[in-house]
Design a protein around this ligand. Structure first.
Ligand code: UGA
Length: 444
């Protein structure tokens, strides 16, 4: 059993802390926000993540997990201190804003009273751990030994607990054998699953692995979206192209789903950050830059496709199904829905929207939309419907019923969930990404 202090109860910190406690370690999560700590202790999670409340409750009950606002208390017994505070993107530059990381580093140094491993878990620019070591060393109050490590997370929102419990790999960057041993011990329960542990003796390698992985996935998504654009022009079906490409094991079938592109906090932030890191070293990430550019165009493309069915939006009623950047999360950061909503509002459309969990967050940005209790209420009287997020609830819509309640039978499928054949059957005009109707009338 390792004693762990997890600093930051955001997405990464709270999920990782609860999962490490579930591995059998003793975890104290620290956050400076007393209301957040009180809410978590009360069972109210600060964000929607399937299964998290149950996992937290179980580990609190079994006395492996607790919460505090007092860093000294959290660190007192800890063998390993994880830093999982937010690293927002700086306004304009794309650089990660590390003010919270540096501040926490200073505070850790001031409270260090015996050997500990200090680990960066938040995604931080290459070189951060090394700089953090200097900051910590500069603020210690007594001669004390400590080691640095980088242990990037690869959790997806919406399935983070499963991702933590069954990862494809664990990456540990540290130059110290003692720290490596402690870190391996934390992940020992995964040895049963034969999870590869990648130990990087250069801490910068571990830091770069995280950016390279996220950027590569973003490139993969933008690549298939660019192929979808071409498929539209040449009359090919991108879904089949992706499927056949993916069957080549060198390519792999995942992250080749064309549509509205990537959103959320990770891919948009990390792709910009890696470009910024490269620029700071007089290099360019031209492939990642291209992926960013392709992704940025997609919401406008969705609107343009909708316009083929409904040339003016002014005075029309438009339904939006899904607001979060992907299913199973209430996160609306960089969600494609935002740009679509803004364009439609600017052109004078009336919007009726629904999302299973993200409506409260969306209402804070757009208070004046009509928020509905389900997809059918949103589509009531609509001239056009956008399927924006592929929540399970929207995968089996009753098109016969939609046809009766909508004023116009027009469907913009931003996630390629349905088919021309299905839409045609119920008399709907239909658009998606990269799956045009063939000139011969053979429908996809
Ligand atoms: C991503 C990575 O997948 C995680 O490994 C990583 O730990 C995390 O970022 C992070 O850095 O913290 P996440 O942003 O939660 O996780 O979501 P993903 O499931 O990766 O999806 C990202 C976006 O890509 C979504 O908007 C999704 O709709 C889109 N996407 C995904 C596609 O458009 N097509 C695909 O084929 C796959």
């Amino acid at each position: 059993m390792i004693r762990i202090c997890m600093i930051g109860t955001g997405y990464v910190g709270l999920v990782s802390g609860a999962c490490m406690a579930d591995f059998g370690h003793r975890v104290t999560c620290v956050d400076i926000l007393p209301e957040r700590i009180a809410a978590i202790e009360n069972g109210d999670m600060p964000f929607y993540e399937p299964g998290l409340d149950t996992l937290v409750a179980k580990n609190v009950d079994e006395e492996r997990l607790d919460f505090t606002t007092d860093l000294a208390e959290g660190m007192r017994e800890a063998d390993v201190v994880f830093i999982a505070v937010q690293t927002p993107q700086s306004e304009g530059s794309g650089e990660a804003d590390l003010q919270y990381v540096w501040e926490v580093g200073k505070q850790i140094g001031e409270r260090l009273d015996g050997y500990k491993v200090i680990v960066t878990k938040s995604t931080v620019p290459v070189g951060t751990a090394r700089k953090l070591r200097t900051i910590i060393a500069g603020s210690v109050q007594q001669p004390v030994e400590f080691d640095m490590a980088s242990n990037p997370e690869f959790l997806r929102e919406g399935s983070s607990i499963e991702d933590f419990m069954r990862p494809d790999r664990v990456v540990i960057g540290t130059e110290s054998e003692r720290a490596e041993k402690l870190m391996r011990e934390i992940y020992r329960p995964l040895y049963l699953l034969d999870t590869p542990i990648v130990h990087c003796p250069r801490i910068e390698t571990a830091e770069l692995i995280k950016y390279a992985s996220n950027s590569f996935l973003a490139v993969k998504i933008s690549f298939i979206n660019e192929i979808a654009t071409l498929a539209d022009k040449v009359g090919a079906d991108v879904s089949q192209v992706a499927k056949a490409m993916g069957l080549d094991r060198r390519i792999g079938g995942k992250f080749l789903h064309a549509g509205l592109g990537y959103g959320g906090s990770c891919f948009p932030k990390d792709t910009h950050a890696i470009c910024h890191i490269a620029t700071a070293h007089d290099e360019r990430m031209s492939i990642v830059e291209a992926a960013i550019a392709v992704n940025a165009e997609l919401p406008a493309r969705a609107v343009a496709k909708a316009r083929e069915m409904l040339p003016t939006f002014g005075g029309q009623t438009v339904a939006l199904l899904g607001l979060s950047f992907k299913p199973n999360t209430d996160d609306i950061r960089c969600a494609g829905s935002r740009q679509i909503v803004q364009t439609l509002l600017d052109e004078g459309a009336t919007l009726r929207v629904h999302d299973p969990v993200a409506m409260d967050n969306f209402r804070e940005v757009y208070p004046d939309l009509t928020y509905c209790k389900n997809a059918y209420e949103a589509c009531q009287g609509a001239d056009l419907a956008f399927l924006v997020t592929e929540w399970n609830q929207y995968r089996q819509l009753d098109f016969a019923h939609l046809g009766e309640i909508m004023r116009g039978r027009r469907f913009m499928d931003c996630r390629n969930v349905y088919s021309h054949r299905r839409a045609d059957e119920f008399g709907f005009e239909y658009r998606s990404f990269g799956r045009p109707q063939t000139p011969a009338g053979v429908q996809t």
